[in-house]
Design a protein around this ligand. Sequence first.
Ligand SMILES: [Mn+2]
Length: 293
Amino acid sequence: MSAKNLYISADPLAKITNTGVDPLVALLGVPFDATSTYRTGARFGPNAIREAFLNIEIYSRRLGVDLESRSIDDLGNLTRIGSVNRMSQMVEEVTREIISKGLVPAILGGEHSITNGAFRAVDKNCALVVFDAHLDLRSEFEGLQLSHATFLRRLVDDGVPSKVIHVGARAATKSEWDFVAEGGIVTIEAQMIRHLQEALDEFERSLTGFEKIYVSIDLDVVDPGFAPGVANPETDGISPRDLLDFLYILQRKSIVGFDIVELCPTYDNGSTSTLAAKLLLELSCLIELKRTR
Ligand SMILES: [Mn+2]
């Protein structure tokens, strides 16, 4: 073996290789934040999540799954591009290719507009579960039809998701709340999560009839006291523990893809990136649990 193979790592790729073990997920970084309207820098998110992931314990005590003995592929980062529409198309194409190879896409943002591309590539009988402080249901924002603030409206208007379950909302315009009130989207608002068990029961009920789930986590769903490093911090949020409890409900489901978005490392103290890494760990372990059942 050469010295290069022995001593040089492809940092910060978060690849885990165990011979003969098929990868659980394929990581794809999308360093895109061109439509960010408040705090920019989510383009530095993917590598910050990888750095954190490489520095936390990757045995899930709660799920009893050890990622040390599993494999994770890391495709690297999407090419830098300024156009949000082109970025979305590229993410859709790459996500489709990942799925066609029998792998589960694990997408690291970057801003939330990424989900518009990623979700269009997954099975249509799949429920979209979004964790976010914001509804992202504006029909346009600051002159853009597709942006971090409108991605969910684009998907809903195009009739892409069979079902949307939105968790953790506490910040949106009146017209976005009115849009929700018209029906079609299940919301479990942040204030409902103060009664955690009731909210978890409601979440579980809302998933009835859907076996396949795509999970999109905007890190700003968590209170900025726990997760300050996000592009649009919003007070009165849920805790990391609440968020993890929601994810563990998905143990009986098949997670066909997920994304973790809106990490803004410039404003972080390490809490947000390690939270993102923990979410990457637990979601990967949930996929392994389902696979081995
Ligand atoms: Mn948000």
